[in-house]
Design a protein around this ligand. Sequence first.
Ligand code: A3P
Length: 304
Amino acid sequence: IFSLPKENGWVASYLYKYQGFWHPVRHLQGIITCQRHFRAQDSDVILITTPKSGTTWLKAIVFTLMNRTKYSIAQDHPLLSKNPHDLVPFLEQTLYVDNQIPDLSSMNSPRLFATHIPFTSIPKSVQDSRCKLVYLCRNPKDTFVSMWQFSNKLRPKEMGSHSLGEAFDMFCRGVSIAGPFLDHVLDYWKESRESPHKVLFLKYDDMKENPTVNLRRIAEFLECPFSNEEEESGMVEEILKLCSFGNLSNLEINRTGKLSSGEENKVFFRQGKVGDWKNHLTIEMVEKLDQITEQKLCGSGLVL
Ligand code: A3P
């Protein structure tokens, strides 16, 4: 059982398995509606993550990158007054939620969306069109710790907190939102190897270590590389500074504001670091998750 946002509060939600992956019923309805009705355009960009892999950060970065000629980074930028989740909607959690079929006709191209939908469930038009997918994953240990902390923060009090051991056991069995986590990552990894023009595969840990290189990779993949003038003016660094954890988490809008759907913006910012798992997981847990990860990724060429 997980908790989910609902009308300014949080409700308990069971997870259901659909096409091999676990989803809360609200997301599941959204996925099915999206599979039936979403029509991807060739110019669309879709950001794909598993929960707690850095979605908020990726949304901020790609939104700023794609709109860099439209908005001044120095002043009046939309990120100064809106949380990234209000600027880049989730397909299954925002647009196609509650059996709605949204009218997307007023969205300017290139449209930017986000999703946690696993590759096997992605709408057919996404695969058939020339739209681009930017996938961001994170090492399993930090993803798990971030997810556990997040779900406990949001769990209705009457449910009590989810113990670390219980949550860990579920995660290792593949039971988490949009899980099994490793299958989600591996499917997009394989797709990125087969279709490198379609899927860009990124790691949160690499982005933290070398943000400039990765931002340039994203820009090139999206066919909007930085010009010499932009490089010389320091635009790469400016975008990263605007979207950094320190900057975004300290903005008034993210300290005290709420999303249009009612969630508090501050819940999307905790530490924004690599390696917090060392403060929470036991040696046995680390060994177990490392072993599961190695077995799953063996021969794939992917190391997490
Ligand atoms: P931690 O809980 O480890 O701090 P998501 O956006 O997919 O929900 O992921 C949330 C995780 O990304 C949280 O990790 C959060 O603190 C971190 N995060 C949020 N904004 C970030 C940013 N601008 N830069 C780096 N990490 C960020």
